[in-house]
Design a protein around this ligand. Structure first.
Ligand code: ANZ
Ligand code: ZN
Length: 817
């Protein structure tokens, strides 16, 4: 029989697909299914991680299209950023040329992989037509009060010469003579990170902390793991604010002021022996005006790296009144109290908090135990703090209460107000690098920072000149300008935006990529959003995936959007491994996407494992994928060339085969719906084995057999589109497999669902399980079996239930009777 030569047919089908516009999503489509892969960074070449990511979206998009949906499956380029600048530097070119070269190559690679995109919607973030909308959105956020300009100590990578966001700083263990210590390093180059104080631009993501946190509960389409990571990152802390009144002579300006502290341990209130203010606290400033020692201390801490101040502090001489005991306790300024956490002030409880204990020891402050251990716990005070909950002591009328109860009762006190804080910090978007969106601000001595008016956008990047620092800052022609407000001489902001700004709304630009009077069309967005399925790596759990949720809400509040949540269903694909390690160029174990042929590779990648699971690249399994293509091709070719003997009775009846076709359709459809492409392949293999029996032993009825092959061609088309087209063609079908209707069962396929305790060995007894449905509780499993296995499955469930003393619950009672 003929052999299938995928590499010979790819160009032809790509051409035909493009010609027919198979993948174009019409502008007037009604709520198309929006299938999106995280757009690639233009790093130079496609790697296996991309292939896996985009094979998943492509298979799903093709499947939905065949089901009759309008599908939006776009592609674009995340083109700004430091790596391009570095690559250009190494190659003695400029970031723009380098990036454009990468894009050409990567687009070609994507096309050869057979991924079907609507290229008419292609976007590139380094195009002025794109980044002008970054700038416009920045000015809108600015008007809305969502932008801050603040001097801040920032993470600074001395090697990249740039500021890093908190999330771009990693912790590394390293050996030191005192044992291992943790160092903070740059996420990209692993250079230890230092600090600098710079005026920086921030987006106020913290305004949305509460909503971003709360709404995670309803994001059912997102993996629980990602939601947990976001919850932790946002870091919601329930606690209380306590007001301590300042004691000062009646003629002092401070008299009558109160300082609010934030605590998560209100139960320890009676153990507060001092108050500590952050060096940036307003009260610390006020005291510094009068008190030189305090002023000096505040200045020294602000100049140093955060964390460097250790347990240093200064007694301000001012005291505060404890709201319950009425005692006067000293007020300190201390480096360990952070400016932007809680209220920037703490009540020091040395007996029950590590840092307060260290501070009190250093500063010789009293340590007063107010919590007694209960149960097996013991305390070793005053040597060590006891930090667990327990029972209150030395706390007046609250003595004998458990910590939790005390926290609740103390809330009732006038000086106490329940409060929630978040660990999330505002998003620092300033970068001192060239290859990014210029922040559209003009600094005027008279008017301060002034946003660039809409008509003057975009602020275009000037031509690239190689320098050691920030090329924008060293470009006088760029910097020198006039103030949009007063017309006086002024200077342009030279920071560019974090590239995560670009990717925070790109999914909206695909809807109307050529629109030139708005970033996106609100009416279209209201109809097409949210993204139905978003696929990408889990490493984006906190940066990108939090930023798109923030942007969507901010845009909604600007009246540009109805949706507040950008993505309905999120799929995180696992890693491709080779020799047990993540496949990557830097590890020297990378395989190029086309090394084994585009379609074989994508078929293998999809058939190797569930999308979220890691899997190992093995040549043997690649071969299996290749042979599977050959097998299907051979089978169809033999038939179409009349090499298979078939019965010619006009009567189509082959009840058995007909039913097998229907069952295969039902099973495969379910697997596609759940992104279980590996199971699709499994089902198709089983089906092909069955068909081979006909070929080898028993002439089939022609009608049923040709329906079987047509079904096979259609079912395989989403995961192996070139093969799908070839088979379709061999079978003499008009049109394209990519545009064909999804096969439908002729008879009802009655699935039978049963949920019971997991008893793995008995599962093996029910061979015809068409599905094993993962459910959250790992102790339980839901299986779906074909109709004729239901009694047996039910019997097993009952036995298992008896064995495990848990009653198996039959979900479809109707089916059992
Ligand atoms: C009194 C207290 C007693 C606290 C106690 C803890 C234990 P964690 O510890 O991560 O749960 N805090 C509040 N604002 C702060 C700031 N600006 N800088 C540094 N620390 C600050 O975070 C909550 C605790 O962090 C708060 O509860 C407060 O110390 C401290 F036995 O208040 B606690
Ligand atoms: Zn001005």
């Amino acid at each position: 029989p003929q052999r299938y030569n995928p590499s010979q047919v790819t160009e032809y089908w790509q051409h035909v697909w493009a010609e027919e516009g198979v993948y174009d999503c019409p502008d007037d489509a009604e709520d198309p299914t929006y299938v999106l892969g995280m757009f690639p960074y233009t790093s130079g070449a496609l790697h296996m991680g991309h292939v896996r990511n985009y094979a998943i979206t492509d298979a799903y998009a093709r499947y939905r299209r065949m089901c009759g949906d309008d599908v939006l499956h776009p592609m674009g380029w995340d083109a700004f950023g430091l790596p391009a600048e570095n690559a250009a530097f190494e190659r003695d070119t400029d970031p723009e040329s380098w990036t454009r070269t990468c894009i050409e190559r990567m687009r070609d690679e994507l096309e050869r992989m057979g991924f079907g995109y609507d290229w008419s919607r292609e976007i590139t973030t380094c195009d002025p037509e794109y980044y002008r909308w970054n700038q416009w959105l920045f000015t809108q956020f600015y008007e809305e009060g969502l932008v801050d300009y603040e001097g801040a100590a920032v993470n600074w990578c001395p090697d990249c010469e740039t500021v890093l966001a908190d999330a771009q700083v990693n912790e590394h263990e390293r050996e030191a003579n005192t044992g291992t210590e943790t160092v903070e390093v740059c996420w990209r180059c692993e250079t230890p990170v230092g600090r600098r104080e710079l005026d920086q631009w921030f987006l106020s993501i913290t305004d949305y902390a509460a909503e971003l946190h709360a709404d995670l509960d309803d994001l059912d389409g997102w993996p629980e793991g990602v939601r947990d990571i976001q919850r932790n990152w946002i870091g919601r802390q329930e606690g209380a604010r306590v007001a301590f009144e300042i004691d000062a002579p009646a003629d002092d300006a401070l008299d009558g002021d109160a300082v609010d502290v934030f605590t998560t341990r209100l139960d320890t209130l009676f153990g507060a022996t001092y108050i500590a203010l952050s060096p940036g606290h307003d009260l610390a400033d006020a005291i510094a005006v009068e008190d030189e020692a305090v002023a000096e201390y505040v200045d020294s801490v602000r100049a140093a790296d955060p964390g460097e101040g250790g347990m240093s502090g200064v007694d301000t001489g001012v005291t505060a009144t404890h709201p319950l005991t009425g005692e006067a306790i000293p007020v300190y300024v201390a480096a360990y109290v952070l400016d932007d956490v809680g209220t920037g002030a703490v009540m020091g409880v040395p007996a029950h908090n590590e840092r307060d204990h260290a501070f009190a020891t250093e500063q010789d402050l009293p340590i007063e135990q107010v919590i007694e251990p209960i149960g097996d716990a013991t305390a070793d005070l005053p040597a060590d703090p006891y930090t667990e909950d327990g029972m209150l002591t030395a706390s007046g009328e609250y003595d004998g209460l458990a910590s939790a109860a005390a926290r609740e009762q103390l809330q009732a006190h006038d000086a106490v107000e329940s409060d929630v804080t978040y660990r999330l910090r505002d998003w620092l978007i300033s970068r001192q690098r060239y290859w990014g969106t210029p922040i559209p601000i003009v600094h005027c001595d008279e008017c301060g920072p002034v946003p660039v008016p809409e008509d003057d956008l975009p602020v275009e990047l000037p031509e690239y000149v190689q320098t050691t620092g920030n090329p924008l800052a060293e470009n006088d022609e760029f910097v020198e300008t006039t103030c949009p407000e007063c017309g006086g001489p002024a200077e342009r902001e030279t920071d560019t935006m974090d590239t995560f700004v670009d990717s925070s709304w790109y999914f909206l630009r695909y809807l109307s990529p050529d629109l030139d009077d708005a970033p996106f069309d609100t009416d279209v967005a209201d109809e097409w959003l949210p993204v139905d399925v978003y696929v990408g790596g889990e490493e984006h759990a906190i940066l990108h995936l939090l930023y798109i949720r923030f942007f969507t809400r901010a845009l909604a509040d600007l009246g540009l959007l109805d949706a507040r949540e950008p993505v309905e269903q999120l799929v995180n694909q696992g890693t491709v491994l080779k020799d047990g390690k993540k496949m990557s160029k830097s590890k020297g174990n990378a395989i190029a996407p086309h090394e084994y042929g585009a379609e074989t590779t994508r078929l293998f990648v999809l058939s190797a494992a569930h999308p979220r699971q890691d899997f190992e690249w093995t040549v043997k399994n690649v071969r299996t994928a290749y042979e599977f293509q050959q097998e299907l091709y051979g089978m169809v070719a033999e038939f179409s060339e009349g090499e298979i003997e078939s019965r010619t009775e006009s009567e189509p009846h082959d009840a058995y085969l007909e039913r097998e076709i229907d069952r295969t359709i039902a099973a495969v459809t379910t697997e596609y719906d759940r992104f279980r492409f590996h199971q699709v392949v499994g089902e198709l293999r089983r089906f092909a084995r069955l068909l081979r029996r006909y070929r080898d032993y028993e002439p089939p009825y022609k009608y049923a057999y040709s329906r079987a092959l047509r079904t096979l061609a259609a079912l395989v088309a989403p995961i192996a589109p070139y093969l799908g087209e070839e088979l379709w063609h061999l079978l003499g079908e008009d049109g394209l497999a990519a545009g064909a209707d999804w096969p439908t069962a002729l008879h009802d396929v009655d699935d039978f669902r049963i949920e019971r305790e997991l008893v793995r060995n008995t599962l093996d007894d029910v061979r015809e399980i068409t599905d094993v449905v993962d459910i959250d509780d790992p102790e339980r499993i839901e299986i779906v079996v074909a109709q004729d296995w239901k009694y047996r499955a039910y019997g097993i469930a009952r036995e298992a239930a008896a064995d495990t003393a848990v009653v198996g619950q039959v979900m479809d009672d109707e089916a059992v009777r």
